[in-house]
Design a protein around this ligand. Structure first.
Ligand code: HEC
Length: 139
């Protein structure tokens, strides 16, 4: 018992630093999971790197971007005229049911209702966007 206590005391400074490290590890795990989900659900139509050819608009820097504004992409009228900004909340609604969120969009229906899956994909999209998502107002 004494040994356990001594070991626990010795570990204290490390334990004190653990939450920050664990937070970073968790964030990276979310991004990695999000990338795998993105590759499975979105990648065939959306390049993450704008240098690659893509059927849908590239999603690099999509977080915080005004909808329908990727240069030279031929958007539907619905998306171009929507006037929305891709906040995390708008991206969730889009993933959940893009066709209902924006009638007239030419993106085939996706229905990602699981909030955790949305969280992971969002973490990945944020990781490939320059803007700080926490600075974007949720509407
Ligand atoms: C079958 C092809 C396809 C799949 C799969 C797909 N998309 Fe799309 N996406 C499109 C097309 C096409 C558009 C352009 C829609 C329009 O102009 O109405 C689009 C548009 C978008 C936009 C708007 C971007 C902008 O510049 O305004 C976002 C955000 C988006 N998709 C996210 C996703 C995410 C996240 C996934 C995966 C969960 C996904 N898409 C899966 C084809 C696809």
């Amino acid at each position: 018992m004494k040994h356990v206590l001594a070991a626990a005391l010795l570990c204290l400074p490390v334990v004190g630093a653990a939450p920050a490290v664990a937070g970073q590890v968790f964030e990276q795990v979310k991004i990695d999971a999000g990338q795998a989900l993105y590759n499975a659900e979105c990648r065939r139509c959306h390049a993450s790197d704008s240098a690659d050819a893509s059927y849908g608009p590239p999603l690099e820097n999509v977080v915080g971007r005004a909808a329908g504004t990727y240069p030279d992409y031929d958007y539907s009228i619905a998306l171009e005229a929507s006037g929305i900004v891709w906040t995390p909340a708008a991206l969730r609604a889009w993933m959940e049911d893009n066709a209902a969120f924006m009638p007239g969009t030419k993106m085939r229906h996706v229905g990602i209702e699981d909030r955790t899956v949305q969280d992971f994909i969002l973490a990945y999209l944020e990781s490939i966007s320059a803007r700080d998502a926490s600075a974007i107002t949720e509407k």
